[in-house]
Design a protein around this ligand. Sequence first.
Ligand SMILES: Cc1cc2nc3c(=O)[nH]c(=O)nc-3n(C[C@H](O)[C@H](O)[C@H](O)COP(=O)(O)OP(=O)(O)OC[C@H]3O[C@@H](n4cnc5c(N)ncnc54)[C@H](O)[C@@H]3O)c2cc1C
Length: 308
Amino acid sequence: MMRSALLWASENQTLRESFPKYGFAKAAVRKFMPGERVEDALPEAKRLNDMGAGVIFTRLGENVLDKAAAQEVADHYSQVFATIASQKLRGEISVKPTQLGLDLPGGLDLCNAHIDRLCSEAQKANNVLWIDIEGSKYTDVTVDIYRRAKAKFPNVGLALQAYLHRTMADLESLLPLKPIIRLVKGAYLEPASIAFPKKSDVDENFYKLAVRLMKDDGVGAGARAVFGTHDSVLHERIAKSATHLQKSQYEFHMLYGIRNEEQKRLIETGHTVFVLVSYGEFWFPWYMRRLAERPANVWFVVKTMFQA
Ligand SMILES: Cc1cc2nc3c(=O)[nH]c(=O)nc-3n(C[C@H](O)[C@H](O)[C@H](O)COP(=O)(O)OP(=O)(O)OC[C@H]3O[C@@H](n4cnc5c(N)ncnc54)[C@H](O)[C@@H]3O)c2cc1C
C-alpha cells in the first residue's frame, strides 16, 4: 500500500516540482546522495575507490522535456568521462534513455545518437556506459537501443529487471551479444499481468536469472555479470552458485548510502563491488523510489522534518 502510494507520488508532476523545495526534504535525501553537483560526488568516489569499491556516476533526471536538456545531459556525461580519466578514478557512468530525449518527437533517433556519442567516448577512455532500465512502457525500446548500441560498441551495459515476467526471454536473446548486464529487482509500479507481485517470486526470479547469466554461454562466453542488489541472502546464494567462476567474474553493485556494512563485507571477502553514486537537482522521483523500497525510510524523512 505504502509502496504503491510512494511510486504513484514519484510520477506526480506537482509533487515533482514542489517537494524538492522544502529544506527538510533536501536534508533527508542526503542519506542517499552526497549532493546535487558532480563536484559533491567526486570526493565520495575517491573515498569509495580507496575503500576498494568502483563507482558508477549517475546524474539524476528523467523524462526531459526538450532537446536542449537532452544535449546538456550528454555534454555533462562526456565531461564526466573526461574527469574520471583525469582524476584516475575507477568509475563508470549510467544514464536513463528518457534523460537523453527518448520521450521527445524523434526521440529514438536523438537518444541513439547521444548513446553512440557516449559509447564512443567511453571506448576511447577504456570505460563503460551503462543504460538504466525504466518503467515497462520503455522496456522494448530500451532493449532495442541496447541491441543496436552493442552491435557497434563492446563497452555498453544494460540493466534488466527481475520483477518482469519477460526478463528471462530478454536475457536469452541478448546472451549471443556477450552483453554487459546489471540485474536488478525493478523499482517501478507495474501491473501483476507483467510483473511478479510477490517479493519472494521476484527474489527467486533474480536468482534464476543470475544462475543463467553465469553459465558457460553467459559469463563463460564473455558476458559481464553484475548483480545490482542490497539483498544479502541473494549475495550469499549467488556466491555459492558461482563456485565454477573466479570471484572477479561476477560483481555486486549497490547504491550509495544503502547497506554500507554489506558493501565492506563483500569487498573484504574478495568480491568486486561498485557503488552507484547519484547526484543532481532532479532527485524527487528517484528518491520516492528509494523510499518505496524500504517504507521505514519514510520515518527518517518525518524525523528530519521535525528536526529542520
Ligand atoms: C546499482 C543499482 C542500479 C539500479 N538500477 C536500476 C535500474 O536501472 N532500473 C530499476 O528499475 N531499478 C534499478 N535499481 C533499483 C532496484 O530495482 C531495486 O529497486 C533496489 O535495488 C532495491 O531492491 P534490492 O535488490 O536491494 O532488494 P530488497 O529486497 O528490496 O532489499 C534488500 C535489503 O536491502 C536494504 N534496502 C534496499 N533498498 C533500500 C533502501 N532504499 N533504503 C534502505 N535500505 C534498503 C534493506 O535492508 C532490505 O532488506 C538499481 C539498484 C542498484 C543497486
